[in-house]
Design a binder for this molecule. Structure first.
Ligand code: 2RA
Length: 356
């Protein structure tokens, strides 16, 4: 009774958030929930919806009888195992980067393109990168109404986008700098951190190329051609694919900020049809997964601190650009571990189950 759901990577940062999300649902459609992880974590017992579930080791036979398998694991693990799950009859919903741009794999945000879940020749559905995902519900709603033509985006990305090592690094830096009046003289933040034994820079083992505490770092991901960062190209390519606008003009600058969780994006969006701030607010306000928080006179706008831990995307600072017709400026915040990762993956899994 009820389809079987598997969660691969159950003990990782996103996997743990996933269990939280499953626990917080009023009801779930699943007859069984199977937890799967590497040999190192197999045998652990985790509680899911009030029941003890023993974590199984990742092996081909654990997918037998599984209807939907969610993958929250590194790219290379997904690349190997999502096809195995699909061969065994499961629909794999993958949160890694392994399949996002594969033309035979739909890239799904249910609020935007839920219909694509049944169009899956490889038996695999991909979940977008958290940076793109944090703005997709909002941009999808605005595109449907006003015909999106171009996007210029600056991201303010949280440390947890780099996983648990990113969170640990930021806390270690904050602890080492606490109470110190640093950041006044060039180089003193890095020196204080290094003296305290905290890694500074990628070569020393930090997930970030420069100190993150009391700083902002205009870099996320790996170096691609012509000076672009991989995260910036993902924003461009994934937005085009999800919105179904292959020629959409997109330019992004991705910046890491000293926030633990919740990515923010400043968006300059130009539309083909007439748009106004009021009309945009109405469209966004009608989306069940979006909260509009936009009253500067009352000091109301989205911030990561207010957004973290919640499910909705929060949108504010909506303005008509003064010198650009039919162009809106917006500020969007989304919890990168929830809507940016676990929640969207789970919503896709439920959409697959509902579609039979
Ligand atoms: C980051 N978007 O924030 C990435 C994680 N996939 O680092």
């Amino acid at each position: 009774d009820g389809p079987v759901l598997a969660l691969v990577g159950a003990t990782g940062a996103v996997g743990t958030t996933m269990i939280d999300i499953i626990d917080s649902r009023e009801s779930v459609p699943w007859g069984e929930i199977r937890l799967i992880a590497s040999a190192r974590s197999a045998g652990k017992v985790l509680r899911v919806r009030g029941e003890d579930v023993t974590v199984l080791e990742l092996k081909p036979e654990v997918f037998d009888g599984v209807d939907v398998a969610m993958f929250d694991v590194p790219d290379e693990v997904s690349a190997e195992w999502a096809p195995i799950a699909a061969e065994r009859g499961a629909v794999a919903v993958d949160n890694s980067g392994a399949f996002r741009m594969d033309p035979d794999v739909p890239l799904v945000v249910p609020e935007v393109n839920a219909d694509k879940v049944t169009d899956r020749p490889k038996g695999i559905i991909a979940n977008p990168n958290c940076t793109t995902l944090s703005m997709m519900a909002a941009m999808g709603a605005l595109h449907r109404e006003f015909d999106l033509q171009s996007l210029v985006v600056a991201s303010y990305q949280a440390a947890s986008g780099a996983g648990q090592p990113g969170i640990d690094q930021l806390y270690a830096e904050i602890a080492a700098l606490a109470g110190r009046r640093v950041g006044i003289v060039s180089g003193d933040i890095a020196t204080v951190l290094a003296d305290a034994g905290v890694a500074v820079g990628s070569e020393a083992g930090s997930p970030f190329p420069a100190p993150l505490a009391l700083n902002v770092v205009p870099w996320a991901g790996s170096l691609k051609e012509d000076g672009w960062a991989s995260e910036e190209l993902k924003v461009r390519n994934e937005s085009r694919k999800i919105l179904g606008i292959p020629e959409l003009k997109v330019s992004a600058t991705c910046v890491r900020v000293p926030v633990v969780t919740t990515h923010a994006l400043s968006i300059h969006a130009t539309f083909g049809r007439d748009v106004s701030v009021d009309a945009a607010r109405k469209v966004l306000g009608e989306q069940p997964t979006i909260v509009v928080k936009d009253d500067p006179a009352a000091g109301e706008w989205p911030t990561p601190a207010d957004t973290v831990g919640g499910e909705p995307t929060v949108v504010g600072r909506i303005r008509q650009a003064l010198d650009f017709p039919n162009t809106l400026e917006l500020f969007v915040c989304g919890d990168n571990l929830r809507k940016g990762a676990a929640l969207n993956t789970y919503e896709v899994a439920e959409t697959v189950a509902a579609a039979g």
